[in-house]
Design a binder for this molecule. Structure first.
Ligand SMILES: *Cc1c(COP(=O)(O)O)cnc(C)c1O
Length: 219
C-alpha cells in the first residue's frame, strides 16, 4: 500500500474525537506534502535539525509537534513556530520554552512526558515530578508554556496487558490533574499500539510507520 492508502486506513480506524499526529521523521518533505494534501494538518518530528530543514519547504498552516527529546539550547530555534512540544521532561526545559515563547510574543502548548515504560532508556518525568511541575504551572509559573496534557510511551513488548497497564497509569494521572485544571490532550499510542491506547483513554495518537512506511535510517 502507498502513503495515501495507509493514511486513509488509519483515519478510518480512529474514532471521532481522537487526534492524529502524523509522525514524519526520516521521511522527506514530499511525503509530508502528500499527506497534507489529503487534509492532514498535524505532523510530528523528533529532531530539531530535521524539523528546521523541512519547515521552510512546507505549508505554513501545518501544526508542528516536537515529540522527541529536546535540549534546552535548541528551544530557541523552534519557539517562533512550534505548535506543541510533547516531550517536556524537566523543569529546566519547561522554563526555557516559556522564556523563548515569550520572546516571540506567543504561547507554546506543551505536554508533560511521563515515564510509564519499564525500560530504563525512555525519557520522561516520574508521576510525582509531573504532579509537582503541574502545581507550579497552576501557581502561574511558565506563563508562556501552556500545559495542555500528558504524553507517554509504553514498553516495547508484545505483552498487551503490560502495555495497557502502563497506558492506564497515565490515564489515571490525566484524570487526577484534570480535576485541578481541565486538560485537552492525552497523547499515547504509536503504529503498533494505538488501538490499545485509545481503549485506555488516549485522545491523540502519534502514528508514523503505519502511514509513511518503514523508516530507513541508513540514508
Ligand atoms: C517515532 C515516534 C512515534 C511513531 O512511531 P511509529 O511506530 O512509527 O508509529 C511516536 N512517538 C514518538 C515519541 C516517536 O519517537
Amino acid at each position: 500500500m502507498g502513503i495515501k492508502e495507509n493514511f486513509t486506513a488509519i483515519k478510518n480506524q480512529l474514532p471521532s474525537g481522537v487526534e492524529l499526529v502524523a509522525v514524519s521523521k526520516t521521511h522527506p518533505a514530499e511525503a509530508i506534502q502528500e499527506v497534507y494534501d489529503l487534509g492532514q494538518k498535524v505532523f510530528g518530528e523528533n529532531k530539531v535539525q530535521e524539523l528546521m530543514e523541512k519547515y521552510p519547504l512546507l505549508p505554513k498552516d501545518i501544526q508542528w509537534h516536537l515529540i522527541g527529546h529536546l535540549q534546552t539550547n535548541k528551544v530557541k530555534y523552534i519557539a517562533p513556530f512550534i505548535d506543541t512540544i510533547q516531550s517536556v521532561d524537566s523543569e529546566k526545559l519547561l522554563s526555557e520554552i516559556s522564556k523563548e515563547a515569550g520572546k516571540n510574543s506567543r504561547t507554546v502548548k506543551v505536554l508533560l512526558q511521563v515515564k510509564i515504560a519499564a525500560e530504563e532508556s525512555k525519557f520522561g518525568l516520574d508521576l510525582s515530578e509531573a504532579r509537582a511541575l503541574f502545581q507550579k504551572h497552576l501557581n502561574g509559573e511558565f506563563p508562556n508554556a501552556e500545559i495542555t496534557g500528558l504524553m507517554g510511551m509504553a514498553t516495547f513488548t508484545d505483552d498487551k496487558e503490560q502495555v495497557k497497564g502502563e497506558f492506564l497509569i497515565l490515564k489515571g494521572l490525566f484524570d487526577e490533574l484534570n480535576q485541578l485544571q481541565t486538560l485537552e490532550t492525552l497523547s499515547m499510542g504509536m503504529s503498533d499500539d494505538f488501538p490499545d491506547a485509545i481503549e485506555c483513554g488516549a485522545n491523540s495518537v502519534r502514528v508514523g510507520s503505519a502511514i509513511f512506511g518503514r523508516r530507513d535510517y541508513s540514508k
